[in-house]
Design a protein around this ligand. Sequence first.
Ligand SMILES: *Cc1c(COP(=O)(O)O)cnc(C)c1O
Length: 363
Amino acid sequence: MIPMVDLKAQYSEIKDEIEQGIATTIENCSFILGPNVQAFEKEAAQYLGVKHAIGCASGTDALHLALLAEGIGQGDEVITSAFTFIASAEAIKYVGATPVFVDIDKKTFNITAETIVAAITPKTKAIMPVHLFGQPADLAKIKDLCDKQDLKLIEDCAQSFGARINGQQTGAIGNASGFSFFPSKNLGAFGDGGLVVTNSDETAKQLKMLHNHGSDVRYYHDIIGYNSRLDDIQAVVLRAKLKRIDKYNQARRHIAHLYSELMTDLPLTTPFEDGLGEHVYHQYTLLSESRDEVIKALQDKQIGCAVYYPVPLHQQNVFKQDHAGLSLPVTEYVAEHCFSLPICPSLCDNSIKEIVSVIAEVF
Ligand SMILES: *Cc1c(COP(=O)(O)O)cnc(C)c1O
């Protein structure tokens, strides 16, 4: 049996550090906005090369708060991908704006400056690229487009913690960017958590109020805010893992490259690295005309396998009425043919070979 992710294996190495940290939080009862949150925000900002990092309750909240802080609201259009987790578009709806879905590149699975430009209207206020599966979107071109058209750039970095593009971290280029610490993400907490980052002092000031009941000084409230804070206990976990994130991402890259090497001769499309940024393989996702047979063979051997994502957002029940008639041929093709294999830093070479041999038998 090989699961999609083995969170327990990663835990054993950092168990003592985490247990001691959590015990201290409990001892001091510093549960909310405690010292570990402050320290983590500082360490994460330093790692990501951004001026401000603000912890919040989830990746979904991080995107929601980023849009709010950048003034996106009712009547605005935000261009994003339909080949992503629902939260990217949910955040856009929360602020009263309309998600405008554009097609992806068949190799990178990301939206591109070319697909975005055709969808810009006078109502467009922001672009939200998703660095899907850990591969940075082509931010040089997308940022250029945003600058020329006076649009905000909001990066969905939920799957790309630690991915670099032209020497910069994903999240450091946009006006505001959101990260998720859902347990299975590249940097995962022991529950929900998120982070919004920005280089703008003004945006940071808004974010600090928005995530804490619209308050800068306790019991004085300037705006209607939210209760969306990162727990101190989660910050303990994240601080321990942040120290090791490059090692974790290196292990993911090693696994991905070994998979691809072992599968070169199989009739499958292995992940493409565009060379613009460094892919951190949140998922290892392939395309196959025989997807269902491959999945069945893996399931029969109790090997993890998943389809991210089977239904593009414009075809989801919640969105299909609003986006009736929208055709995104590449997105739809990819959703019908993609599947993802187990990947997590502890996955060993022997397991990878076993998985590939099961797939090879199908052909
Ligand atoms: C996980 C994820 C989110 C949401 O993060 P949560 O922490 O689960 O709220 C948003 N966007 C993408 C692309 C994700 O993968």
